[in-house]
Design a protein around this ligand. Structure first.
Ligand SMILES: Cc1cc2nc3c(=O)[nH]c(=O)nc-3n(C[C@H](O)[C@H](O)[C@H](O)COP(=O)(O)OP(=O)(O)OC[C@H]3O[C@@H](n4cnc5c(N)ncnc54)[C@H](O)[C@@H]3O)c2cc1C
Length: 350
């Protein structure tokens, strides 16, 4: 099996040529940067210093340009090692207590938050603890090892029960089944915590959170954790949704903003014309509203973005162009699952 060596840490692990390098790294316990795992978000971009990799379809994934590929950048969530390779990337060191576990969970209850959004509360076995950072996600492990990723909407401060906010994305896929047939008491295998989307508490900068739809979930977790520990730093949350019912925690967020002067809540609707009563708030695309508010000096902010890939992609480009240092942008792109993307590619190529 090809060996992968990481520069600068010198760590190494074996990667099966039939699997993405990132999958092998995570299995070896190395938390390399990643987010969507679908070849879109480029969080897992690394430079290939020696050896060769290939992509399963032989085409470049969407998240890398031909120029970057020519400079030997690869996306580790898609690239397979075909020889021993050396890659340059940084490892994100989670807190020592954060260990990725695969555990059975039981659905404790489900609550409809909006027409197409369900809160699912998950109970872990009494003898097991899942230590995570607010903002991280879990994978549900389905038959054949397929995975579906969901951000934890709960925070460690909320206790042992895990909460996820699931938008119905399909009729017969995992989310469709969850809405139609799953009930309290059903068992689901989860793996987590995953990802590097957590609040950088050591930064002195004003934090701006931008969530699209259920992209609110990990930001909610961060906010709940900050409130629980009494953190009073300046924080602005932009939440983009189609219509008012999709802002399913509008009242709670408004009440937090009313008593906590350093916290501002800015809801933005993309389809306010569908409202029964006129919408007095902001309308348009949430990241455009945020950009219009923040002014010219984006370097004074840390930006946390999560939700639809198109929104995250737009923020990655426009905010950085407008002076936000890349190192001050943290994001989770709610991409399609790897097997869904692969099936879609196959259909496209037919
Ligand atoms: C890191 C991460 C965190 C995520 N967190 C959340 C979360 O907290 N809440 C949440 O609701 N979702 C979240 N997602 C997205 C979620 O994982 C997908 O919606 C889910 O995998 C869909 O599974 P499915 O089996 O229902 O659909 P699939 O069977 O995989 O796909 C069937 C069809 O559904 C549609 N579809 C599938 N996935 C998406 C998608 N991502 N966007 C738009 N349409 C889609 C497409 O039409 C697709 O052809 C996250 C994704 C990632 C990568």
């Amino acid at each position: 099996m090809p060996q992968v060596t990481i520069v600068p840490t010198g760590e190494s692990f074996a990667a099966d040529p039939g699997e993405p390098v990132l999958t092998a790294a995570l299995r070896a316990g190395l938390n390399l940067p990643h987010s969507c795992k679908g070849g879109h978000c480029a969080s897992c971009r690394a430079r290939l210093l020696s050896g060769e990799t290939t992509y399963p379809t032989r085409e470049l994934p969407a998240g890398i340009t031909p120029d970057e590929a020519a400079e030997r950048f690869v996306l580790l969530c898609q690239a397979h090692a075909i020889t021993d390779i050396t890659i340059e990337t940084r490892e994100m060191r989670p807190a020592p207590e954060v260990e990725v576990k695969s555990l059975p969970s039981r659905i404790d209850r489900m609550e409809r938050l909006a027409d197409d959004v369900m809160a699912v509360f998950l109970k872990l076995p009494a003898v097991e603890d899942l230590h995570y950072r607010a903002g991280q996600y879990i994978d549900f492990i389905l038959s054949g090892g397929r995975r579906r990723s969901f951000s934890l909407a709960s925070a460690p401060a909320d206790g042992r029960m895990l909460e996820v906010h699931v938008r119905r994305a399909s009729s017969s896929g995992f989310t469709g089944q969850l809405f139609d047939t799953m009930r309290a008491g059903n068992l689901l295998r989860v793996e987590g915590p995953l990802g590097q989307f957590w609040f950088r508490g050591d930064s002195p900068r004003h934090a701006v959170m931008i969530g699209g739809g259920t992209g609110y979930a990990p930001l909610r977790a961060m906010l709940r954790q900050l409130l629980a520990v009494g953190d009073r730093r300046p924080l602005t949350l932009y939440w983009g949704a189609r219509t008012t019912p999709d802002l399913y925690e509008h009242n709670w967020l408004s009440s937090v903003a009313a008593v906590r002067p350093a916290f501002a809540y800015r809801p933005v609707l993309s389809e306010p014309q569908a409202e029964e009563s006129p919408w007095a708030g902001r309308s348009g695309l949430v990241h455009e509203a945020a950009l219009a508010d923040l002014g010219a000096d984006l370097a004074q902010y840390d930006v946390y973005a999560s939700g639809p890939p198109a929104m995250v992609e737009a923020i990655r480009h426009t905010f950085v162009e407008r002076g936000l240092p890349r190192a001050q942008l943290f994001f989770d792109s709610f991409d399609y699952a790897p097997d869904t993307l692969a099936a879609m590619r196959k259909t496209d190529n037919k």
